[in-house]
Design a protein around this ligand. Structure first.
Ligand code: SF4
Length: 374
């Protein structure tokens, strides 16, 4: 399904495309820089705030471009400082953006602060068995502007909750493209969005602090490897043999490990950076000795980092989270073999932080409310 908004989202424009538009309407080139400064540095909410632009130009821009492609329905904070923003798009679709504010500390655990997790599609067609986003299927791709606007929403939230003066860059440390949707399936809108986040006229956010996570779309991994930017790559591996991965990730039937692993190798070589292998530990499914041995071989061969994530219960899905003892046995086996490994004791349980869960709950509540109203 393709959603065609009445106006183009301004956050989908690059400096070049904005300059071309301004040339068309006989405006000087420097206006593009002024507009972009208002959007990304001063984080204006409306065209009226752009006081150094002539009134006629502001009116023209407001007719042509949408400055608020997403609306914040609510944000929900968790006790452990994970926060979820539920955003409504122009067609009423809901997407999620997650802010992980607190440091994660402890032996072998990640130590990242203020990570923003963004979505790239409404729903998802890939149907990974542990994931709530795949349950309702794919609805549509997000536009470039809708992807970028999630970060702007977070900036606005931060601006309103801190004393920081505007004209500062966003204060988060990492962006992970790991929310709802398979980013690589929306590559044509994803890449321009990442470039806007990265550009000095945009959010000026370093490519090495942006991670794209994929279920393993081999042709797109190779395409991204050939791009000049140094974006980081994370692979949702979750199974160290085709037999086990097929049970968890239907995409493995299209791109099995014998195709996926060489593509990851190509990415690692092209960027000279370690790729991360995400591995959700599911009791008796992939937390066995055999899987740990195969995973060790893969990780050492690729020189990859492994991030273990104990399974987070999803409503409507079976499977269990392994006990702490089983988690530790798996983790220690990798560690002992010399694999770079962390274990992420999932944050945000109390606000349904696994991708797609808050959206599902909200839609269910909306459907129930509508049903009750009939
Ligand atoms: S894990 Fe990612 S690719 Fe898999 S179903 Fe969920 S959103 Fe889609």
């Amino acid at each position: 399904m393709k959603f065609v908004p009445k106006k183009k989202p301004i956050y989908g424009e690059s400096k070049d495309s904005l300059e071309a538009y301004l040339a068309e309407i006989k405006q000087p080139k420097f206006r593009a820089k002024q507009i972009l400064d208002w959007l990304y540095k001063k984080r204006a909410f409306s065209w009226d705030e752009m006081t150094n632009l002539p009134q006629a130009l502001r009116e023209k821009l407001s007719e042509e471009f949408e400055i608020t492609p997403s609306k914040r329905i609510f944000d929900k904070a968790s006790a452990d400082n994970t926060e979820k923003l539920l955003l409504e798009l122009g067609d009423g679709s809901l997407i999620e953006t997650v802010v992980i504010r607190a440091p994660q500390t402890g032996v072998g655990q990640e130590n990242s602060r203020k990570t923003i997790c963004i979505s790239t599609q409404v729903g998802c067609a890939y149907g990974c068995k542990f994931c709530a986003s795949g349950l309702a299927g794919w609805k549509r791709d997000l536009s470039t502007g809708e992807i970028v606007s999630q970060l702007i929403q977070v900036c606005h939230l931060e601006d309103s909750t801190t004393q920081r003066a505007k004209e500062e860059i966003a204060s988060f440390d990492n962006i992970v493209v790991m929310g709802m949707g398979e980013p690589m399936a929306n590559y044509k809108n994803l890449l321009p969005a990442l470039r806007i986040l990265n550009a000095d006229w945009g959010l000026n956010f370093g490519a090495r602090r942006i991670t794209v996570s994929t279920s393993g779309l081999v042709p797109r991994i190779i395409e991204l490897a050939n791009e000049p930017e140094q974006f980081r790559l994370a692979i949702s591996l979750h199974g160290a043999t085709n037999e086990v991965r097929n049970q968890i990730m239907p995409v493995n039937k299209h791109y099995p490990l014998e195709e996926l692993i060489p593509a990851i190798k190509k990415y690692t070589e092209a960027k000279s950076r370690m790729v991360t292998l995400e591995f959700i530990l599911i009791e008796e499914i992939n937390d066995t000795l055999d899987q740990s041995e195969k995973l060790i071989d893969i990780a050492l061969d690729l020189g990859a980092h492994v991030n273990l994530i104990p399974y987070n219960k999803v409503e409507g899905l079976e499977w269990k989270r392994p006990s702490i003892t089983r988690q530790d046995v798996f983790y220690n086996a990798l560690k002992k073999a010399g694999v770079s490994v962390t274990i992420r004791r999932e944050k945000g349980h109390d606000i349904a932080a696994a991708c797609g869960q808050l959206k599902l709950k909200t839609e269910k509540a909306q459907a129930e409310a509508e049903g009750a109203a009939v």
